[in-house]
Write a protein that binds this ligand. Structure first.
Ligand SMILES: [Mg+2]
Length: 359
């Protein structure tokens, strides 16, 4: 197993109700199997969501996770379970290794990862483009620019003062009148504020497809209150970090949709378990990503292509990163459409150290 630090500058600051990010710092992971097959994964420093730093990711991968993996030969699922059980927390580090294992497995089979997981790469995936939380004029200009580049679905970051949030939303609708809108408050409202603003949006007839994580992640009761009070579908994101959370949310009818991220739940095995639990409860899922490297985003897209209950995609983060070394790897974009490459695994080759040395 090898790890390498990673740093990519963003083309524009990524701003949510919880954080502001200008660079992506993370770790690339390579796993070489006994027959020489190599698989890749990656994880990004995300203090605000998983609590991990690049240093902690490297330490977890090279420490307990590596130790759990070298205990013997077994099928990929056995290794994935060993990664999940290697230590508590460290979901991003586990996801990087779990993805590298699955990539190596699919490469051994000589087929794309989505195909190995029971799906296919022939059908293009439909994604969105995120608009950071800034002032209404700036958000409107960015929304118009994204619409001009062919994005028909925009994810609008909100979650501050609700009156200004409504101004922001109206400005975006005026600037990109044909776009479908997903709103993400990133836990920024309380229950009453969330119900008030979503009701106002509905009464104004604004084209909002869903609202993501309106309230604090720990407040499942409040999330359920919002879900029952409004007609707009409510999605849980920060509240669902693994299959156990998914079970609570589904059983309590606390949300209409779940947002799965490999870095939150610890990898592909856990992500598929969440999608299965949601399917059993009649709840559809989106696959999203942290602001993280293209390897992670591509792996998430393969998971989306493999599971019929994953019907929504939010995987634009690699488009934010100025990353010439990886720019055409894994998939290509055409407006809001993402086409996965047809090669084995997730389609990344070994990169030269000089390309990936942090600046
Ligand atoms: Mg979110």
């Amino acid at each position: 197993m090898r790890t390498r630090p990673y740093e990519g500058r963003l083309r524009a600051p990524f701003v949510t109700a919880r954080r502001r990010v200008e660079t992506v710092t993370g770790v690339l992971v390579g796993i070489e199997l006994a027959d020489g097959t190599v698989g890749f994964g990656s994880a990004a420093e995300t203090y605000a969501v998983t609590g991990e730093s690049a240093a902690s990711i490297t330490a977890a991968v090279r420490g307990p996770i590596a130790a759990a993996l070298t205990e013997g030969s077994r099928p990929v699922r056995g290794h994935a379970e060993a990664v999940a059980g290697a230590c508590v927390a460290n979901a991003g580090a586990k996801a990087a290794v779990d993805v590298a294992l699955h990539d190596a497995w699919a490469r051994q089979l000589g087929i794309p990862l989505a195909t190995a997981l029971g799906g296919d790469v022939a059908t293009p995936l439909h994604g969105d483009m995120t608009i950071s939380l800034t002032d209404p004029e700036d958000m409107a200009a960015r929304a118009a620019g994204a619409a001009d580049r062919g994005h028909d679905t925009l994810k609008i970051k909100l979650g501050s003062d609700w009156r200004v949030d409504l101004e922001r939303l109206r400005a975006v609708v005026d600037a990109a009148p044909d776009a479908a809108l997903r709103l993400d408050a990133n836990q920024g409202w309380d229950v009453k504020t969330a119900i008030r603003i979503i009701t106002a949006i509905e009464e104004a007839g604004l084209p909002v497809q869903l609202v993501e994580q309106p309230v604090d992640r720990r407040d499942l009761t409040g999330l359920g209150e919002v879900t029952r009070a409004v007609g707009t579908p409510i999605m849980a994101d920060e509240a669902v970090s693994g299959p156990e959370d998914a079970l609570d949310i589904v059983a309590g009818r606390c949300a209409d949709l779940l947002n799965i991220k490999l870095a939150k739940c610890g990898g592909i095995r856990q992500a598929l378990a969440i999608a299965d639990i949601a399917a059993a409860g009649g709840i559809e899922c989106m696959v999203g990503a942290m602001m993280e490297p293209r390897i992670s985003v591509t792996a998430a897209a393969h998971v989306a292509a493999a599971h019929p209950n994953i019907t929504l995609l939010d995987l634009d983060s690699a488009e934010w990163v100025d990353d010439p070394g990886l720019a055409d790897k894994g998939y290509s974009m055409d407006g809001s459409l993402m086409r996965l490459h047809e090669g084995p695994g997730i389609g990344f080759e070994e990169l030269s150290p000089t390309e990936r040395t942090p600046s």
